[in-house]
Design a protein around this ligand. Sequence first.
Ligand code: XMP
Length: 518
Amino acid sequence: MKDGLTSVPEDKVLVLDFGGQYSHLIARRIRECRVYSELISYTVSPREVQTLQPKGLILSGGPTSVYEEDAPLCDPELFKLGIPILGICYGLHAMVHLLGGSVVRAARKEYGKTELFIGDRSDLFQGLENRTVCWMSHGDMAETLPEGFEVIGRTANTPTAAIRRRDRKLYGVQFHPEVAHTPRGLDILKNFVYRVCGCRPTWTMESFIENAVKEIRETVGKDRVLCALSGGVDSSTVAVLAHKALGDQLTCVFVDHGLLRKGEAEQVLEMLEKFKMNIIHVSAAERFLSRLKGVDDPEEKRRLVGEEFIRVFAEVEREKGPFQWLVQGTLYPDVIESAGVKSPAAKIKTHHNVAGLPSWMKFKLLEPLRWLYKDEVREVAGLLGIPREIVRRHPFPGPGLAVRVLGPVTPEKLRICREASFIVEEELKKAGLYDAVWQAFAVVGEDKAVGVLGDERKFGYIVTVKVVESVDAMTAEWKRLPYELLERISSRITNEVDGVTWVTYAISSKPPSTIEPC
Ligand code: XMP
C-alpha cells in the first residue's frame, strides 16, 4: 500500500506529540468530531507540515517544563505558517515560551476538576455558558503572554487558563478538553476544528471503506493476496474489507491451533460463510499440542506457537501460492508503537517483509487498517456486516489458551480452561456485564486441592477466574463483581467442569500483575 494518505480525507488535524499521556486521546477525540487526526512528532519541520497540508495543529501536553534544559520544543516557524494551532497544557506553555512570553512554576499545582470562567465566547468557547468545569493537571502556567495574545478564560489559580491570538488563529488552553472530566471538552474541540480550522466532518467509516476498497484495488492490481485469519475482530475485518475489494484474488488461511476459545473456530468460519470468500481451514491442533508437550516456560510457549504457525502458513503458500501480498490487520496504535512518532516520512511503511516468515516467502504488505483506532475498526466491522457477537468479542492473545494454562499444556488442563472460560463469559453476558469489562477468563495451573463430590473426596484442579476493566490494556483493575455472580460462576464451574474442585478469583490489578497469567 502506498503511504495510505489517499485513504484519509483532505481535512485533517495533526497532533504534535510532546509525550503527554493524553496525546492519543486528543487524536481520538478529533476523530469523534469526524475530522481525521494523526499523531506526529513535535520535531516535525515546517516543510513536512506544509507537505501534509493539515487544516490545524494541536500541540499536546507533556511531562516536562518548557524552561528545563532539553525540554522538547517544536520549530517556532510553525507558528508562522498561517495554520491554526491549539496548544493544550504543555502545548500552551511551548507556544507561549517560543513566542516570547514566560512560563513559571505555579504557586500551587492544580489537579482535578476546576471551574473555568470564560471571558470571550465568540470562537473557541462558542455555545458554552460563561462558567464551565474543566480538568486541570499542571504545575506550570503562562505568566506573561507573547505579543498580540489575550486571555479568554481563567480559573481561581490560573489567570491564563485560556488564551488566543485571534489574527494568527493561535489558541491555548491550560486544561484538558480531551478528557471526559471536562464535560464540554468535545464542544471546545469541535469549535476549534470546525470554526477555527474550517474542517468539514468528512472522516466517516463509510468513506473510509469506500476509499480503502479503491486503494486496495489500485495497489494490488491483478496480484494474489493472502490473509491470516485469527478469528479476532481485526483480522476478520481486514479479510472482509480486502474481499470486498479483491473478491477471488484473496485467499484466507484460518489455522486452528487448538488453543482457541470454545466454539470460536466454528463461529468464525460460519460467520464468514456468507461472504463467500476463499478460506483454507487448517485443523492443526495435534501439531501444536505435540510441540507444546512438556513445555513450561511461557516465552517458550509463545515462541513455539509462533514458529508452528509460520510453518503451517508456509506450507499453504507452497501448495496454493504464489501470493504476492499479505494483508494484515495492523492498527494505528501498533503502528505508532513500533515506528514511534517520528517524522511523517519515517512512519510511512511501504513494502517490507513480515517478521518471522522464512526468507523465501517474500510478501508485500497491505495494512489497510493502519490508520484506525480499535473503536473505528469495530465500526467498520459493523458496517461490513460482521455480526455484533464478533465485533464485541474480548481481545484474545495470539498464543491463545497456551498462556492461560500454567505449566505444561495438557489436553485435560486445556479442556478445563476452555470450559471454565466459557462459563465465565456466558455468566457475564447474562448479567449484562460482558461489554463493560476488558477481558474475562479462567486460568488453570498445576495446583490441586481436595473437594467433595457427592460422598466422594476428590483431588482436583484449582481454577482462577480473572475479570478486568481496562481502557488500553496498559493498566487494568480487577472487576468488583457482585458476590452472587461470583457464586454462580464458581458453582457452575465446579458442577459442570469435570476435574475442578476449587475456584478462586484474581484480585490483583495491573501493575503489578499483567492481565494474562503468563
Ligand atoms: P498483559 O498480559 O501483558 O496483556 O497485561 C495485555 C494485553 O495483551 C494481550 N496479550 C497478548 N496478545 N499475544 C497477543 O496477541 C500475546 O502473547 C499476548 N500476551 C498478552 C492480553 O490478552 C491483554 O489484552
